[in-house]
Design a protein around this ligand. Structure first.
Ligand code: NAP
Ligand code: SF4
Length: 667
């Protein structure tokens, strides 16, 4: 069914069992106590699930290349010894694994950062020092030493991180390299560092060891590489002995989304396709590939020889095996939300996955058959209820799932209707199939009450949330005011001027929905973000076109400070940038006075203002739904409350699904 995806890849001295590369992800386990043991379990699951070649998170070849002061390093015999547990676990399941070597350069979050030139990154806290010739040569040796140790540890190869704006990328581009010696100036000089590193590694490890080079093919920053330069480097890398070239898209400091859910699927594979004819080594494409169908389409169209997927393997370790067994409908699809993976890592927490809380907790969340089987009622088929019901049923319990509406999904059903969040539909599809697979008995359009539930051994209330009622004079006028749930469900016409009360995740989503341009083809999306498909401009960028919306929108909050970022740590800037591009007014520190025919009356900085809105949309958070709550105490210990019904404030799908799974494992 996926002939291109599942076809082995012959590398001459070794063979990969399919065209799937699990892209590098920092999980936080790299630095954890007992981390390598947990990391081994994490990778073993993915190898067991059929991945062809796994690439680890980034390990620094020396002290100064660490991203954070306590980031993992791989430079000593003791590191090689410690990592054997990882490589053995992967090999046990027929997989292959490469260690990623990453020198952070000026992205290092410590005062010993080094780079080609002493130019501070806009996202860094410390300015780097300029590397001396001696330091450059020692760094090349460090890469070679680490690669040799990786080989000793049983790794099948290394990936040299040459993209995303890290050290090697900093040498390659004029943006960060204004040296005058043999490591700067002309392009030949700027690309010397990656070539010397690969040469030194090849010399250290011999011919029968995989060297992947992650090449930044589209920098998406000013003074980045042009297409001709990318091709020149790709050819030179082939000459010095790389086995595989992987694609890198966008520096970390680039202000263009490259992996978030609003990026269309496979949005950047055309970049790899452009480079591919110029080299003969296998070339890997990546970014927002999350289904076997999409991966197969990309390979069949000749865009690349392999696909790299990273987050999809947090969402489902068995992605490949399910594709092989014609069970793609059972894959738990990564929805590109970043909420439990990258957001966690950026907060210094361990990565996991919103749709799969088991990810990176393989040794802690273990699903075992229940010893005493029970009858369980779950009320509410939103994310929390679905996660709990299906976990319980997989363990052997007899589960009835009651849902008041005529379909499952809860808040995800609303989310999937927001432009750029269509992926949430996949989670509902996954749970719908899990209900069938696990034998949960689903009762739609069924209002649960005490009498219905009282005979069950366990009762789980996952009854969700409703929009918070807000007290503003005139709020009860339905011609003028609408809550976000009704708006999304009924797609009501709002007029040309809209005020949004509340600037949390949902206020931002609603503003995005209202101002969404009609066209939604990939080329339109690339154009809107100023991406130059010819890569003729350095970095592949040209000035942003005018994308302001015809609908005038105000997003308001009472709190002072930044408005419009929403809750996501790694996606907030994308939301804000999107709204700014569309000309949305973002107002903080407001007091709501009244709503009348003329619009929304507010006060800001002591001054009265009228927002001449045709409609006011209320996105002011949620309240828990707790039906027949007065009778809950009668359930005694068999009652459990999860998700929004438990806590509506900071309603959060990561917490809801994790709570559902954890309870499902406990009973
Ligand atoms: P929220 O994030 O709690 O935001 C509620 C907004 O309403 C705030 O801006 C708050 O600002 C305002 N507000 C609260 N009480 C109010 C009142 N009585 N009167 C007027 N304004 C009031 O809630 P949400 O936007 O509904 O989002 C719910 C959750 O869904 C989020 O926490 C998030 O976890 C999830 N979500 C996530 C994303 C994402 O992209 N990651 C997107 C959508 C939703 P002031 O109090 O300052 O006025
Ligand atoms: Fe994908 Fe979201 Fe899971 Fe991250 S948290 S792996 S983006 S579904």
């Amino acid at each position: 069914m996926y002939p291109n995806l599942l076809k082995p890849l012959d590398l001459g001295f070794t063979e990969l069992r399919n065209r799937v590369l699990m892209g590098s992800m920092h999980t936080g386990l790299e630095e954890d106590k007992q981390g390598l043991h947990k990391l081994a379990a994490f990778y073993a699951e993915r190898a067991k699930g059929g991945v062809g070649l796994i690439v680890t998170g980034g390990f620094s070849p020396n002290l100064r290349g660490r991203l954070h002061p306590f980031s993992a390093e791989f430079s000593k015999e003791k590191h090689a010894d410690a990592h054997r547990i990882v490589t053995e676990a992967v090999h046990l399941h027929g997989g292959k694994i490469a260690l990623q070597l990453l020198h952070a350069g000026r992205y290092a979050m410590h005062p010993f950062a080094q780079s080609a030139s002493a130019i501070k990154a806009p996202i860094a806290r410390f300015a780097p020092s300029e590397m001396s010739e001696r330091q450059i040569l020692k760094t090349i040796d460090a890469f070679a030493n680490s690669a040799k140790l990786a080989q000793q540890a049983g790794y099948d190869g290394v990936e040299v991180m040459g993209s995303e704006g890290y050290l090697i990328n900093q040498f390659i581009c004029q943006r960060t390299n204004n040296r005058y010696d043999q490591w700067g100036g002309s392009y030949q000089n700027r690309m010397r560092l990656p070539l010397e590193i690969v040469k030194a590694i090849r010399q250290a490890v011999g011919e029968r060891f995989i060297i992947i080079f992650r090449l930044s093919m589209l920098d998406l920053v000013e003074q980045g590489s042009t297409f001709d330069e990318v091709v020149e480097l790709a050819k030179a890398l082939e000459q010095v002995g790389v086995t595989i070239i992987n694609t890198g898209i966008g520096w970390h400091e680039a202000r263009i989304p490259t992996i978030a859910t609003q990026v269309p699927r496979g949005a950047f594979t055309w970049v790899t396709e452009k480079v591919r004819p110029h080299v003969s080594v296998p070339i890997v494409t990546c970014n927002r590939i999350n289904t076997p169908e999409e991966a197969e389409r990309i390979l069949a169209s000749g865009h690349a020889d392999m696909v790299s997927m990273a987050r999809p393997f947090l969402a489902d370790a068995d992605f490949v095996i399910k594709a092989e067994k014609q069970q793609a409908h059972l894959i738990n699809t990564c929805i590109g939300c970043n909420q439990a993976c990258l957001d966690n890592v950026f907060k210094g927490k361990r990565a996991s996955c919103l749709v799969n809380p088991y990810a990176c907790r393989e040794t802690e969340l273990v699903e075992e058959s229940a010893t005493s089987l029970k009858t369980v009622a779950v009320v509410g088929a939103g994310p929390a209820g679905l996660a709990c019901a299906t976990t319980l049923a997989r363990r052997g319990h007899q589960v009835d799932l009651f849902e008041r509406s005529d379909r499952i999904g809860g808040q995800f059903r609303l989310a999937m209707q927001i432009p750029g969040k269509e992926e949430f539909r996949e989670t509902i599809r996954y749970f719908a199939n899990q209900i069938d697979e696990t034998g949960v008995k689903l009762h739609l359009e069924t209002e649960a009450d005490f009498d219905l539930l009282k005979e069950y051994d366990e009762v789980i209330m996952a009854s969700g949330v409703k929009p918070r009622h807000v007290d503003i004079q005139g709020i009860d006028n339905p011609d003028k005011v609408i809550d976000y749930q009704t708006l999304i469900k009924e797609k009501t016409f709002l007029g040309s001027k809209v005020a949004i009360v509340g600037a949390g995740g949902i206020g931002v989503d609603i503003a995005t929905m209202i101002t969404e341009p009609l066209e939604n083809q990939l080329d339109d999306w690339l154009h809107d973000w100023g991406i130059d498909k010819e890569i003729a401009h350095p970095g592949g960028l040209y000035p942003f076109p005018d994308t302001s919306s015809d609908t005038e929108v105000w997003v308001l909050q009472r709190r002072k400070g930044r408005v419009g970022k929403g809750p996501g740590k790694t996606t907030g800037w994308i939301h804000k940038r999107t709204l700014e591009k569309r000309g949305v007014h973002l107002l903080g520190g407001v007091r709501y006075q009244a709503i009348d025919e003329s619009g929304l009356h507010i006060e800001q900085d002591g001054e009265a203002q009228l927002i001449p809105a045709d409609k006011v949309v209320i996105c002011a958070g949620q309240e828990s739904v707790r039906p027949f709550e007065s009778q809950w105490p009668e359930f005694c210990e068999k009652l459990h409350v999860i998700g929004g019904a438990d806590h509506a404030g900071e309603l959060d799908a990561v917490r809801a699904i994790r709570q559902g799974v954890e309870l499902g494992l406990k009973l």
